[in-house]
Unconditional design. Structure first.
Length: 189
């Protein structure tokens, strides 16, 4: 079975030069195999307030929602994000995430009169779209870093590797005539 350390090492190619710093640090250390797997144990320090933690969960599920496969919450993405920011992020790395969460919360209160973590999925989508389009303070910086954290957390989790993708620890032989109609999932190995 592929582990999170191996998966993190492969994440670098997914985002290239724009990789969020804590992910790059964890991936580099994972390649060096000199440290424990990132998912072991609780975060060394609490990064989020309870309201921010709830918002991270809600927004993570909006980035990768539950469909016919489990979503970000089922994959443990919110805990992964806090662990990564606590143990691999510097205060400067945490700043865009915390500022973005605060901006999303403030905009939700202004527009919807409800805390962002309790907004409807459509309202949360609208708030993320505002961040993505840089219509919130430091929105684009927040959105890009947050999206990378969610995608990395999901696709390095057991759920992402085995349920979202088809896990083949040793892929079969090459078949140049494999019918496209028989392809069900993207493979991860």
């Amino acid at each position: 079975m592929i582990d999170r350390r191996t998966a993190l090492a492969g994440v670098v190619g997914m985002f290239g030069a724009g990789l969020f710093a804590p992910i790059a640090r964890a991936a580099g250390a994972a390649q060096a195999s000199r440290i424990p797997v990132i998912s072991e144990g609780p975060p060394s320090v609490a990064v989020f307030t309870p309201a921010q933690r709830a918002l991270v969960s809600a927004l993570s599920e909006r980035v990768i929602p539950t469909t016919d496969t489990p979503g970000a919450i089922a994959a443990g993405v919110p805990a992964f994000i806090e662990k990564l920011l606590a143990d691999w992020g510097t205060p400067g790395d945490r700043k865009p995430i915390l500022a973005g969460l605060d901006a999303v919360s403030a905009r939700s209160q202004r527009d919807y009169k409800v805390p962002a973590e309790r907004a409807t999925p459509a309202q949360q989508d609208a708030l993320l779209t505002l961040a993505m389009n840089d219509q919130l303070p430091s929105g684009k910086e927040f959105f890009e870093a947050f999206r990378q954290l969610v995608v990395t957390g999901y696709y390095t989790s057991e759920v992402g590797i085995t349920q979202e993708r088809e896990y083949l620890p040793v892929p079969g032989e090459y078949n140049g005539e494999f019918p496209y109609s028989q392809v069900n999932k993207v493979y991860s190995a």
